[in-house]
Every structure is written in C-alpha cells, then in structure tokens.
Design a protein around this ligand. Structure first.
Ligand code: WTA
Length: 633
C-alpha cells in the first residue's frame, strides 16, 4: 500500500509544495487510496486555531483495527504482525501472525464487552512490554473504548492521578513484569493506586511473572480464563472520524499531567503515511522500535503505524543492558532487523560500553536507523552512523511530540541526506514557523527562534481531556493562530531545522519528558522543606539530568537522610525516572521582586556556566547567588 516516490531533493520540494498548497487534496488522496472506510467524509478539513478546533475527514466512518488487521488477512494472514522478544534471551520469542492477532484482539475485545466496557468508556492499560499490551490497545480500539496507556514505570500515585483524570472504568495490568534482572510487581502498584480511585469497576490481570498477588473479589479477574472462553469473532464498532481513539498523558507546567486526546481518522492516516515513508518499509522487512508502548513513540510507531502498513513489528520486553550491552545488537542479528528506531540516550549509553559489545554481531540486515525523543549530539550521531549503520544506513532524526501524534520533521531516506544533529526538513503538509519573542515570525534562513506550526496536520491532538481551555492556553495562546511546540529551533542556510531543546519548564531526562512543577510539588511535601526549584544540566548519557535547589524551613532540619527521603518522595509521587541527580540545600532561592524564582540563574549554576550570569541586580536577594555558587556541585 501507500506508495511514495521521492527519489531526490527536487522531488521532495515538488511534493512538499503540493502538500502545503493543496493540503485537502493531498491528504484526501492518501486517505482514499490507502484505507478502508465504512463511509466517506463530507469535509476533509475544518479548522480554526483561535477556538481551537480542528477536524479531519468529517463525516467519515471507520474502525482503525480493520485497517490494522482485517484488511491484511487475505494476502498477509500468515505474515508475522508482532514479533515478541522476551526479557530473558533464553526464552523463546513469539511470532504472532495477522490471523492470530485478529483472533486475539477479538477475544480480548469480547472480554472487555463482557465486563461492561462500551464505546467511549476509558480503559487504563498499565502493562509491561508483553504482547497483551499491544493486543489490549487494539481490543479497546475494536469496540471504540478509549485507551489510556500509562507507562509501567510510573508510581501508584501517578497512576491514580491519570486514572481519575479521565474517569477510567477498567484497568488492564499484569501480576508483574521483567526488566533486566529485576521483577516489578505491577499488580501491587495498581492495588495501591486504586485506593484513591472510585470509578474502577474491574481489573483484568495478565499472568507474566507468576507471583503471589492479592485479587479483590468481584473487581479483579485473571485474563487468561476469560480469553479462553471468549469468542474470537468481534465485529468492529463503527467510529466517526473524530471519535477519540486514545488519551496519552504528558507532563506540563503544573502538577496535573495533560491528557492529550487523539482522534481516529486523522491519526490513522498520518501515522501510517509517515511510517511507510520515513522508515521506507518494504514487505519483507522486520521493523523494530525500542520505545515502550507507554509513550507516543510506541503508540504510533510500534503499534498503529506498522500494523496499518501490514508490517512485522518487533516488541522487546527488556532493557539494552541485559544480560549485557550487546542485547540490542544480538536481537538485530537474531531477527534480521531492517529498520531500527531508538533514543539518543540509549545510543550514548551503548556507545560508552565500547565496540566489544557491537562487533560480535552481524548487523548487515539494517537498512535505516532512527532516533527520537531529544536532540542527538553529533558524537552520538557519528557513532550510530559508523558502528551500527556502517555508513550505509540513512539516519532519520525524527522530531515530533506526544501532541503531534506523528513525525513532523525528519530526513526522508534516499531523497536527501541527513545531517548530524539536524532533524532537517518538514514532512509533507507540515508548515513550521520560527517566532521571535515579540510574536513575529522570523523569515528567511540562518535564523533561530521558537518553533510553531502554522497549519493543521491530520494527527494533531484535538484537546486535553476535560480541559479544552488548558489546551488553548498551552498551545495556541503564545502566538496568534499558531500551534506552539515548546521547543526552540534554528533553521540553517539550507532551510534545515535543528531542534535546540525545550524553552519551557519541561526537562528531557533519558528521553522522558519531566515537568519541573510536579517534581517540586513532590519535594515540597516533605515536612522539612520550605521551597524548591528544579533545573536541568547537561549529562553525558541522559542528555539532561535533574538538579534540585532546596530550602529548608529551618537549617536545623538538615539530616543525613534528607536527600534520600526527598528522592523517595519523588519516586512515590511520580516514579523513579524523576529522581534528582544532585540536591543542594540553600538558604534561599534567587527571586525577582515579584517573587518569581529566577531559574535562568539556577540553570547556569547547575551547568557550571557561571561566567556570565546576566544582570542580577534586579533580584530581590542577589546575595544568595554567591552562596549558592560556592556550595554547588
Ligand atoms: C523532544 C516524543 C530533538 C522535543 C516523540 C519535543 C526532540 C519532545 C526530538 C517531545 C528530536 C523529540 N530532536 N528533540 N528528534 N524528538 N524531541 O512528547 O523537545 O515524549 O518537544 O514525544 O521531545 O517529547 P514526547
């Protein structure tokens, strides 16, 4: 399906021009030729960024799972849809064909129905990277239930916040999960989360680690016996193009995470089309994205994008370092992976281990390499290119966001070259703009500014669940009639984009977006803490690491265990991913006269870049800056 014939830069520009001059014709042609619809649309695009309101393919009806599974059955029924590689390399991998996936999704969908789940209900999925995760996502979509996958590294408290925010009726989990040498008891995390949730009627539990767990009678059910009894036929529910498909939470500038809502048709078209063309998927390829399905990368480029293209998508349960740092490359060799998509933090961690972990493996099956999640530094890019791609695999440095649903800026292999640390050119239909601080668009090349998008694209998030006002304020208020990404970028002399990083209070640590506010809220819960401020500082592997400046209510409150207690609080409220690398206790935080913490100064101190702190004379308390500097690191 979906053919894309761009063979050089000239053709890229011709196609791109067409896509932005006639976006409706462009997207309607792709939508019509490549998908199964139950009813065609009456209007391709309706939009107004001032409300903001965006709808694509209005009036159309479809079910995304028929496009992901059913339509491949006749020709590709026996082809592997999901290739599961377990945590333990000695356990067998599992190949799930499209036929089998069809059956398992239908059985699962019938189980959901038997527990009272209906179209529009929210279902929280809190699972490790096992096939049930992909299958439960698709089962929800089969019956029109809205899935809200929560990354299984989040704590009980973060999980309950997300369950309550969108009023989930059900949680799908497992007894636990394997991650490297560790086992994680997911069900007990769910149990403690549910002490704060009133709306959950049932919990489905998959068996993975065979641990002893508590089952609450009438609420908790083992999944397997229910699946065994369920029919493997389940008619796909008819969905409107703009019916929500899923909610996925992302961090924001307040403690409450933002439940980004993605709808059905536009998301489908864009995820499928970007997957095919950026990864240049060919029918016999084995494609592997190392992300977790708990993040948007997993939604769009492990589950939906690949399956919409009838691809074989590899799901890996484990971690890159187990049983040793050669694991990724051993999997590439074992399954003859053609496209490999990972995060800069993983590349840096693996590069650090040296080539001894790489050279034993045959990587000749690789054709295309991808990276996502944060800016990739030139050194990591070259290591990836030289030692993994052996200088013959184009690297796609794909820039996008939970909110954008699909890749927005990326090289297109074989059309034009990638450039280290550059996401390069916008994908079809994407109209970026760089803005200055006064809200004016910066035209021309060799410029730097804040990255906005001027025109709707099919897979953009439509709202924040339950809070359209916040959606408007966060994304559409900084610049008139534009979607603001929160990122800074520069455009070089050839019009290629380089993403320079977040310009808001989100810090990306090992590829995970962390809002500073929720972490500060967690720290401030400690009875000895008066106030805190979190900033990021450069870290060789993680990209950024977290530095916390903490003031105590009373200097006598400083105890030996305080740092550990603070990190435990963060782990409990958010998850271990948000723990601080450095904590500095200070007598005060630098503030403006209006009482705002000057993070700019703290950021410089944490980065050991104090040669030019800028004007600090306007501070309310300039004297604290010296003290903080003396005691830093
Ligand atoms: C950052 C992940 C530079 C960026 C798909 C963005 C990147 C945030 C890149 C979204 C890239 C993602 N180069 N920065 N190739 N890809 N980012 O929502 O700051 O987890 O705004 O989505 O990651 O992260 P999210």
């Amino acid at each position: 399906m979906i053919n894309f014939e761009i063979k050089n830069l000239k053709e890229y520009h011709e196609n791109y021009s067409e896509s932005v001059e006639n976006p409706e014709v462009f997207w309607a042609t792709i939508a019509k030729e490549n998908f199964t619809w139950k009813r065609p649309w009456t209007q391709v695009l309706d939009w107004d960024f001032s409300i903001p309101n965006v709808s694509w393919f209005k009036g159309a009806q479809l079910n995304i799972t028929e496009n992901c599974i059913d339509r491949h059955l006749i020709i590709n029924g026996n082809k592997t849809a999901i290739l599961f590689e377990p945590n333990n390399p000695n356990d067998p991998s599992e190949a799930i064909s499209y036929k089998e996936l069809h059956k398992r999704v239908n059985q699962f969908a019938n189980v959901l129905k038997s527990k009272g789940i209906q179209k529009g209900d929210r279902v929280c999925i809190y699972l490790p990277m096992i096939p049930e995760l992909a299958i439960s996502v698709l089962a929800c979509a089969r019956i029109g239930a809205i899935h809200s996958v929560v990354f299984a590294g989040f704590s009980a408290s973060a999980l309950s916040t997300r369950i309550n925010d969108c009023d989930c009726k059900m949680v799908i989990t497992s007894d636990g999960g394997f991650r490297g040498a560790k086992t994680i008891n997911l069900k007990s995390i769910v149990d403690s989360a549910l002490m704060d949730c009133n709306g959950i009627e049932s919990v489905l539990v998959a068996k993975r680690i065979h641990s002893d767990i508590t089952m609450v009678r009438g609420r908790d059910f083992w999944l397997e016996p229910l699946l065994e009894k369920a029919s493997d036929e389940c008619e796909a529910t008819v969905m409107d193009a703009e019916d929500p498909l899923f909610i996925l939470y992302t961090s924001g500038s307040t403690g409450q995470p933002k439940g980004m809502v993605h709808t059905t048709a536009g998301y489908m078209v864009y995820a499928a089309y970007t997957f095919k063309n950026i990864f240049q998927y060919q029918p016999k390829d084995v494609y592997w994205c190392t992300a977790d399905i708990g993040w948007i990368t997993g939604h769009s480029y492990i589950v939906y994008g690949p399956l919409l293209n009838g691809a074989t998508t590899l799901m890996f349960e484990g971690v890159p370092s187990y049983p040793d740092y050669g694991r990724f490359w051993s999997i590439v060799e074992k399954h003859k992976v053609s496209q490999f998509y990972t995060a800069p933090t993983a590349i840096r961690a693996l590069a650090k281990e040296g080539l001894d972990a790489v050279t034993p493996y045959d990587l000749s099956s690789l054709k295309i390499l991808g990276t996502v999640g944060e800016p990739i530094n030139e050194e990591a890019w070259h290591w990836y290119n030289d030692h993994i791609g052996k200088n013959k695999c184009p690297i796609v440095d794909t820039w996008w966001q939970t909110e954008t649903g699909g890749i927005m800026i990326s090289p297109i292999p074989n059309s034009f070259e990638g450039k280290p640390a550059f996401a390069t050119l916008p994908f079809m239909g994407i109209q970026p703009a760089l803005m200055d601080e006064n809200g004016n668009e910066i035209k021309g090349n060799s410029v730097e500014g804040r990255l906005c998008i001027k025109f709707p694209w099919p897979s953009m998030a439509r709202t924040i669940w339950g809070n359209h006002q916040r959606y408007k304020e966060t994304y559409f208020s900084a610049y008139d009639q534009k979607y603001f990404t929160g990122d800074g970028a520069l455009r070089d002399e050839n019009g290629h984009y380089r993403i320079t990083g977040r310009v808001d209070d989100v810090i990306i640590v090992s590829g995970h977006n962390l809002g500073t506010a929720p972490i500060e809220d967690a720290i401030n819960e400690h009875p000895n803490v008066a106030e805190s401020a979190i900033v990021g500082y450069p870290h060789a592997i993680k990209g950024s690491a977290l530095y916390g400046f903490v003031t105590l209510k009373n200097s006598h409150d400083l105890t030996d265990t305080l740092k550990t207690e603070i990190n435990e609080l963060i782990s409990k409220q958010i998850g271990p991913i948000a723990k601080l690398d450095k904590i500095q206790f200070t007598s005060g935080l630098p503030k403006t006269r209006s009482g705002k913490i000057m993070r700019r100064i703290l950021r410089k101190i944490a980065s050991q870049d104090t040669s030019n702190l800028g004007d600090i004379s306007t501070l309310l308390n300039p004297e604290v800056v010296d003290t903080i500097m003396k005691n830093s690191f």
